[in-house]
Design a protein around this ligand. Sequence first.
Ligand code: AKB
Length: 316
Amino acid sequence: MNILVVGAGGQIGTELIPHLQSLYGEDNVIAADLKKENVDRLQEFSRAVELDALDVKNYREVVEKFRINRIYNLVALLSATGEKNPMLAWDINMGALINSLELSRSYNCSLFTPSSIGVFGHSTPHAGTPQDTVMRPNTIYGVCKVSGELLSDYYFSRFGVDTRSVRFPGIISSGALPGGGTTDYAVEVFYEILQKGKYTCPIPENTYMDMLYMPDALRACTDLMDCDPALLVHRNSFNVTAMSFSPKELFTEIQKHISSAEFTYEPDPVKSEISASWPDSMDDSCAREEWGWNPEWNLASMTKDMLSEISKKVSR
Ligand code: AKB
């Protein structure tokens, strides 16, 4: 198996690379990123190349050179950043996807492209959001993700490309920072509390959103891609979640460890609107039944681990 991770310098890719190396061998994983500084950082622990996923010639050369047969396409402009420049978000998110799909078709690669809770909107049932339901998102990010799910299913049914995907909720991690998402607050808060003792939250205190801790997110990426395709009724894309909480509940959990931590709220209009349109909690029973999704982390265990990991980082 030769695996290429495109957009590897971001929050997921930085931790997916060592996870893939541990499963498939160091030499069989290639990290690719647009930014030279990310490639330099990735080269410290992996084989890494500079790659603009929108440049199909460049992308094809990398796929050919390393005889790639599985691609993780992690290129994305996230929800809040997307609203600042919708056309740029469309070009990047859809451009990277179309090139990944076409190259997967030509070189017989299996392809994982994360989808998101961003596919849902105000008209979606917010409690126990089903796998198959209304998808009318209010963001350009969501529009790209719905289009991406449809295109990926189309490439599977029309051309037999082995496309698979999960709808990631907010991902909480202690490695690379997320950037430009609506759920980023659930990572930022740990740095701010450990460095300054206080945090001002851009999301209203009682807004619930689904979340995953990174070790569960990484297992979702590999368990789905490694499962027997005969088990899959769905492909693009599966609801996955491990916990659903509001800012207030997360902060109460943090205060169990740091009682002096102070929290205030200054809701950001864009992030507040986006978070209100997303599910409160998703039903991920199809992922559990079809490929054995079974997350291990919850709010209490994640909070304890994040405080311990981020303490080590900020005290250096
Ligand atoms: C975002 O907030 O935009 C992302 C996501 C849920 O897809 N973290």
